[in-house]
Design a protein around this ligand. Structure first.
Ligand code: DX5
Ligand code: ZN
Length: 227
């Protein structure tokens, strides 16, 4: 996939119907999703549990766009090959998940995937200053990870600093947590280009009413592009 900084909407299937992932993925892509965001939680790094590699592998044939896998697990390294085998296009690990994030990013790229590095709200921008060349994306969390539907925490100052660090390099800035048509313009103006949204995309819709997903995606995109 060629790099560009246009706004991309990445619905998080954490807010989808867990009994119907295949059709949910097809519905959001048909309704304008640019990427599909898959939240992997281990009940240890975050207080919630979601999908392991076999589930992610089962999602893969349904994803025609770009499968963006956000690991909220610790440790990470032992699972990298399993997520590569599951078909992740991007694998994002948290900087707080272990002492050797640089090695983790090397291993993710070595396994043939794009590498993302995620920062919790309490982690400063400076923590990634020596990692920019190792990463294809920096994920700035705007909630404490673990659950969908939380209130947006304003991290725009951090996003601006990271945007400056990146300069001309082909590195995305992703925002995850509490993104909706009100908060999207704030982070887009600060330099983010990939917006994850769970509840704000799936709210009010279903596989039998997918046009609501389309309206929700369009509203977030229009708000972000209006800056
Ligand atoms: C939070 C997850 C998010 C979450 C976003 O730990 O990483 O991707 O699903 O959900 P909303 O958009 O509802 O805040
Ligand atoms: Zn996420």
């Amino acid at each position: 996939m060629t790099f560009n900084r246009s706004i991309k909407i990445a619905p998080s299937i954490l807010s989808a119907d867990f009994a119907d992932f295949g059709r949910e993925i097809q519905a959001i892509e048909a309704q304008g999703a640019d990427w599909v965001h898959v939240d992997v939680m281990d009940g240890h790094f975050v207080p919630n549990l979601t999908f392991g590699p076999p589930a992610v592998k089962a999602f893969r044939p349904h994803v025609k766009t770009f499968m963006d896998v956000h690991l909220m697990i610790s440790p990470v390294d032992a699972y990298i090959d399993a997520y590569a085998d599951a078909g992740a296009d991007m694998l994002t690990a948290h900087i707080e998940a272990g002492p050797h994030i640089h090695r983790t990013l090397q291993a993710i790229r070595g396994a043939g995937m794009k590498a993302g590095v995620a920062l919790n709200p309490g982690t400063p921008a400076e923590a990634v200053s020596d990692l920019i060349d190792m990463a294809d994306m920096v994920l700035v969390m705007t909630v404490n990870p673990g659950f969908g539907g939380q209130k947006f925490i304003d991290m725009t100052a951090k996003v601006r600093k990271i945007r400056q660090m990146i300069g001309d390099r082909e590195v995305h800035i992703q925002i995850d947590g509490g993104v909706d048509p009100v908060t999207a313009p704030l982070v887009a103006a600060a330099g983010a280009d990939v917006l994850v949204a769970g509840s704000a995309v799936f709210r009010g819709g279903s596989v039998s009413q997918p046009e609501v997903y389309g309206q929700n995606i369009a509203a977030i995109r229009a708000a972000a592009q209006g800056v």
